[in-house]
Design a protein. Sequence first.
Length: 208
Amino acid sequence: MAEARIQAETRTEFGKGAARRVRRAGQIPAVLYGRGSEPVHLALPALEFARTLREHGRNAVLTLALDSGPQLALPKTVVTHPIRNYIEHVDLLVIKRGEKVTVEVPVHVIGDAASGTLVTQELDRLEVEADVSSIPESLEVSVEGLEVGTQIQAGQVPLPDGVELRTDAEYLVANVVASPTAEAMEGAVDAEGAGVVEDAPETPAEES
């Protein structure tokens, strides 16, 4: 599990205009909620928070340095601008040591399947329950030497001790299929070409 300390400021202004001012100041609007307490509106340092996510992942446990004292939190929702790719808003969940939380963890497929196969990954994240002090940064599933027709379900992905699967165990994670032959690839290209209609000869446009 990764932990990071983030300086946080309490916000007293809300709304779209206030959020824009926060972003112009190099910060991210955030809301801290949970454990029956009233939501707290915060501003987080944008560069520091983005670096924490890059280095430790979306499930990094944060120690928020607040005026009222340090508070453990977990990023619950991170909203990114669809075009400019900066973080627009963050929802943070109040947590405490010793409790369990449900999070989504990335799944990485490793190894090489048997010759003549192609591995497709159907799920890239699994939902698990873990103690806040032992949230895995990622999970790995090996396809080394697997033959055509082999399927790996969520329940077959190895989990660390104390981590429980919450995704349906029968969901398909990885599928080993036969690699397409050169003939099949050529046929696909020919089929695409068959649907192409040549441009009609240009005719003079009628004057209006």
